[in-house]
Design a protein around this ligand. Structure first.
Ligand SMILES: NC(=O)C1=CN([C@@H]2O[C@H](COP(=O)(O)OP(=O)(O)OC[C@H]3O[C@@H](n4cnc5c(N)ncnc54)[C@H](OP(=O)(O)O)[C@@H]3O)[C@@H](O)[C@H]2O)C=CC1
Ligand SMILES: O=C(O)C1=N[C@H](C(=O)O)C[C@H](O)C1
Length: 271
């Protein structure tokens, strides 16, 4: 049985990549494609931009677009994701949430929704980034004294949130490994006479430009050496493939809030 998947933000960079990935996956079926009112794609075949017929028309009627779906994959904006969540709860449709930039109260709303439906939320669906998170945990524990930690990320000119959700997640992993609270030790950019670096801080730097898909580096700068742990995406296909793995996982799971560790079998909860 194939997994019936609806895609939100069908005209977006990730939306298009996801439609292509679903249409190419023999065990997945495109059941719906959602976009905002005013989108030029409304009424068109969702596979049209690939030159192929999917039999699914892009719609701004959320209820119609979710008809028959088991899983909605949502890479939009926080306000869009929350609107979709309300209807998915009502219809019993699971969600893969890739959107970033949520405020804490919006994350709490998603956690509440996961009591009714399965939700897999991760700021980065690439398998590589989720392995890097494990390496960071190990590195931070081993380099817990005498190393200054800085996180540098670079993305395309269209990205609207900063630092990236992935950079923030990397910061959380490192802070947790060191027994620090990211909220109180994060420094988001520096300017002017800043004084010497406080060793207990975790710094963030953001680069935006051109068509950079997504680069992340965590720097551990010590005395006489520095360690850099980097991940560079060269195609959004990696996020789409990770999202499909998450959709397959949700199709066989019950309500709950899951992350990529659960999908990839890396969760400590499972050990
Ligand atoms: N977790 C991961 O692995 C990844 C996460 N992301 C995240 O995914 C999100 C989308 O990225 P990207 O595809 O590059 O963005 P795009 O701007 O290219 O696409 C966003 C899509 O969502 C639609 N949209 C915007 N606002 C709303 C809304 N309020 N309600 C419904 N739909 C809306 C847009 O419609 P319109 O064009 O009309 O504005 C568009 O179709 C970002 O938060 C990004 O950080 C991206 C890549 C990987
Ligand atoms: O907006 C993007 O493009 C990306 N966003 C995610 C993030 O904020 O971490 C993931 C990836 O880096 C691409």
């Amino acid at each position: 049985m194939s997994v019936r998947i609806a895609i939100a933000g069908a005209s977006g960079r990730m939306g298009r990549m996801l439609i292509e990935a679903v249409l190419q996956s023999p065990d997945c079926q495109l059941s719906g494609a959602l976009d905002r009112p005013g989108s030029l794609l409304l009424g068109q075949d969702a596979g049209g931009f690939l030159g192929r017929e999917s039999g699914v028309r892009v719609t701004d009627d959320l209820r119609a677009g979710l008809q028959g779906a088991q899983v909605l994959i949502d890479f939009t904006r926080p306000e869009g994701t929350l609107a979709h969540l309300a209807l998915c709860e009502e219809l019993g449709v699971a969600m893969v949430i890739g959107t970033t930039g949520f405020e804490p109260e919006q994350k709490a709303r998603i956690a509440a929704g996961a009591q009714k439906i399965g939700i897999m939320m991760a700021p980065n669906m690439s398998v590589g980034v989720n392995v890097v998170l494990k390496l960071l945990d190990m590195a931070a524990r081993a380099l817990n004294e005498g190393y200054d930690i800085e996180i540098v990320e670079a993305h395309h000119r269209h990205k609207v949130d900063a630092p990236s959700g992935t950079a923030l997640k990397m910061g959380e992993v490192v802070a947790q490994a060191l027994g620090r609270d990211l909220k109180s030790c994060a420094v988001y950019g520096r300017e002017g006479v800043t004084g010497e670096r406080d060793p207990s801080t975790i710094g963030f730097a953001t680069v935006r430009g051109g068509d950079i898909i997504g680069d992340h580096t965590v720097l551990f700068a010590g005395t006489g050496e520095r360690i850099e742990i980097s991940h560079k995406s060269s195609s959004r296909a990696t996020y789409a493939q990770g999202s499909l793995r998450a959709a397959r996982f949700l199709a066989r799971s019950g309500p709950g809030l899951y992350d990529m560790d659960d999908v990839l079998g890396l969760s400590a909860k499972r050990a």
